[in-house]
Ligand binder design. Structure first.
Ligand SMILES: [Zn+2]
Length: 105
């Protein structure tokens, strides 16, 4: 394997380009590409979850980061009527799961 030295600023620019690219959130990255992005995140001292596309986030253990989201519940009253109720719940910013999700540390 060939090893090269890259200035940290240049690595940061490359990382930002990758994470902000259209491909990043497209669902087309494969597992190895995500592992590489996460490795660069650690080198750059960035939270690896920022380098993890949504469709991979539930696969990696991570710190629970609370955020509130609004949920609408529909109750069937009769054949023609439904009642909509709104409530807020706390879920993880990274994976949208509740605090007791197995990948939270
Ligand atoms: Zn989470």
């Amino acid at each position: 394997m060939r090893v090269v030295e890259v200035p940290l600023d240049d690595l940061q620019k490359l990382f930002d380009t990758a994470v902000n690219s259209m491909d990043f959130g497209s669902g087309f990255l494969d597992h190895d590409e995500v592992l590489t992005l996460r490795m660069f995140a650690r080198i750059l001292d960035v939270e690896p979850m920022t380098a993890t596309p949504d469709n991979f986030r539930k696969q990696f253990p991570h710190q629970y980061k609370p955020q509130m989201r609004t949920v609408y519940d529909w109750t069937v009253l009769d054949h023609f009527e439904r009642a909509k109720t709104k409530r807020d719940e706390e879920v993880c910013y990274w994976c949208s799961e509740r605090i007791d999700f197995e990948m939270h540390r």
